[in-house]
Design a binder for this molecule. Structure first.
Ligand SMILES: *Cc1c(COP(=O)(O)O)cnc(C)c1O
Length: 384
């Protein structure tokens, strides 16, 4: 079977998977072991210690690489552990250009952890890629893109950024957590690295915290494998198994997330008590054309601002929701609602937050795969 030739749905189920050699188990067994017997010092069956490698983790790493159309995958203890490993490629004095509107935890890792080791982060609005050219310089080593952005659903043109990164010989890393490879494949668009919080859509069932990186370049993969083993923030075998199980239904879940997302975005846009809805599927979205070009659907992440909304008003609405659970995170089968100003983005100073449009009244929805009618009825009662 030439796996690279398989279509997406087949890859989601078979990518990097082989029946277990010992008993033919169809599902990769959970190799809950720290170490492996050797017949003679250094003679083993490919695994010697589970920080450097574990067969269940390998299965997940191969599966994620397969669905991203990449060659090398690495699985970590969390999405942030994956980003942390990536930043360890850098040295003091190196610069990173990042989108201004990004996941709060990534911002915190950049500013509160890596700045003190001498890495410089420059935040720009990448809605217009010209802004990158303005700050790029000889010290720039990496461009960090998140698209759609969290929580403003801005879209960044990955191909356009890749042209800049290639011209300047800078690594381009894309956080593909929101779109998933079902909707968008950054390596195909010219990125060097894809990062995932597999905690979200890849796992899909809100039962694990896992991160992943995928690359095509062998040298880059070797460096990252070294960091993974040397720093040790690996994904455990049980979490690898659960994430693999999630990936097998990624395509069917994403279809429903997209359908429900569209229904709810349209419902909210027509609602008299809603001021503004952020969703890349609207023709009025500033980068709708780019979204249409690089994504095969618009996903189930939506943010909105209630009319005349205040902090208190937004809190009241999210408290009223019954089917949408008020919780951090996203991408699970169940619908979640969040209030970025007090939850996911509370760590970003208010002025910084508001520059990106994250006003106090903003509400973020992760639309799940329940019946859209029930979700709409829930929003209706909460808005009223
Ligand atoms: C959740 C998330 C992360 C961080 O991942 P964890 O698994 O929580 O460490 C990074 N980027 C985005 C876009 C996320 O949503």
């Amino acid at each position: 079977m030439n796996e690279k030739k398989l279509r997406f749905n087949s890859k989601a189920i078979h990518g990097g998977q082989h029946p277990d050699k010992a008993y033919g188990a169809v599902m990769p067994p959970i190799y809950q072991t720290s170490t492996y017997a050797q017949t003679s010092p250094g003679e083993h069956k490919g695994y010697e210690y589970s920080r450097s490698g574990n067969p269940t983790r390998t299965a997940l790493e191969n599966a994620v690489a397969s669905i991203e159309n990449g060659t090398y995958g690495m699985a970590f203890a969390s999405g942030l552990a994956a980003i942390d490993a990536l930043l360890k490629l850098l040295e003091p004095g190196d610069e990173v250009i990042s989108t201004g509107d990004l996941y709060g935890g990534s911002y915190r890792l950049f500013k509160k952890m890596y700045e003190k080791y001498g890495i410089v982060f420059r935040f720009v609005d990448m809605g217009n890629v010209e802004n990158i050219a303005e700050v790029i310089n000889g010290k720039t080593k990496m461009i960090w893109v998140e698209t759609p952005t969290n929580p403003m659903m801005n879209i960044i043109d990955i191909e356009a950024v890749a042209r800049i990164s290639k011209k300047h010989h800078v690594l381009l890393a894309v956080d593909n957590t929101f779109a998933t490879p079902y909707l968008q494949q950054p390596l195909e668009l010219g990125a060097d690295i894809v990062m995932h919080s597999a905690t979200k859509y890849l796992g899909g069932h809100s039962d694990v915290v896992v991160g992943a990186l995928v690359v095509n370049d062998k040298d880059l993969a070797d460096q990252l494998y070294f960091i993974q083993k040397a720093s040790g923030a690996i994904c455990g075998p049980m979490d690898a198994f659960l994430t693999l199980r999630g990936i097998k239904t990624l395509h069917v879940r994403m279809q429903r997330h997209c359908e429900n997302g569209a229904a709810i975005a349209e419902y909210l846009a027509k609602h008299p008590k809603v001021e503004k809805v952020y969703w890349p599927g609207f023709e009025s979205h500033p980068n709708h054309e780019v979204a249409k070009k690089q994504m095969s659907g618009f996903g189930g992440m939506i943010s909105f601002v209630p009319k005349g909304g205040s902090y208190k008003n937004a809190v009241k609405i999210v408290e009223q929701l019954k089917i949408f659970t008020l919780a951090e995170s996203l991408g699970g089968v169940e619908s979640l609602a969040g209030h970025p100003a007090s939850m996911s983005h509370a760590g970003i100073p208010k002025e910084e937050r508001e520059k990106s449009g994250i006003v106090d009244a903003l509400i973020r929805l992760s639309v799940g795969i329940e019946d859209a009618e029930d979700l709409i009825a829930d929003l209706e009662q909460a808005l009223n």
